[in-house]
Design a protein around this ligand. Sequence first.
Ligand code: 5GP
Length: 225
Amino acid sequence: MKKFTQSSIFIKLLIIQFLAIVYTCHGFDFFYFWPGSLCDAKRACCLPTSGKPATDFGIHGLWPTFNNGSYPANCNANSPFDGSKISDLTKELQVDWPSLTCPSTNSSKFWTHEWVKHGTCSESVLDQHAYFEANLNLKHSINLLGVLQLAGIQPNGKVYSLQSVRGAIKAGTGYTPVIECNLDASNNSQLYQVYLCVDKSGSKLIECPVLPKRKCASFIEFPSF
Ligand code: 5GP
C-alpha cells in the first residue's frame, strides 16, 4: 500500500513537471498596429485628444504568452493602471501608443486595458513602469516603418506582395513576423498588425515558438495615414 502511494505521488510529480514544461511562458508577443488601416476600414476611427499621431506604427501591446500560443489574462485585480507611475512616459506614450478607436480619448483607456489584461500577467518581471518602458524601447529599437521603407515598402496606398512585406521585416529585424490584415471599405486586404516575439525580459527579439494564423491576401495594400 505504502509502495503504491509513493509511486502514485511520483507519477503526479512527473505529470506536474511535464505540465510546467509545456506551459512555461516563453516570453512575449509584441503587437504593432498601423493606424492608417484602422482609419481606412469600414468602422470609423477617432484621433486621440492629444492630436494626430505621426505617420508610424502604433504599439498595441506586449502580451505574456505560453509556448502553446495561448496567453494568460487579467492576472491581478489588485494592480490597477496608475498613470502617476508612468507620468515621465506619458508624452512618449501619446506619440507611440495612441488609441484610435471611437470616441476620442487621451489614449490612457487603451493603456489601462493593455496593462490590466496583459501587463498584470508579467508583473513579477516587469512592473508597471518597466512594462510601458519596455514597449517604448522595443518600438524604437525595431523601427518597423524604417525597416519597411528601407525595402521600398511605403505607406502610400500601393499594393505589395505579402511575401515582400514579411521578407523586409525578416531582413531588417532578423526575425519572422506574423502579418495580420484587415479590410478597407472596398474589401481590399491591407496591412493591419505586425506581430513579433520577445524573450522573457521583454527586451530581445526571438523567433516565435508558435506562429498564429492570421489572414491576409497574397497582395496587400499599405494605406497612407
Ligand atoms: P486586446 O486585443 O489587447 O485584448 O484589446 C484591444 C482593445 O483595445 C480593443 O478591444 C479596443 O477596444 C481597445 N483599443 C483602444 N484603442 C485601440 C487602438 O487604437 N487600436 C486597437 N487595436 N485597439 C484599441
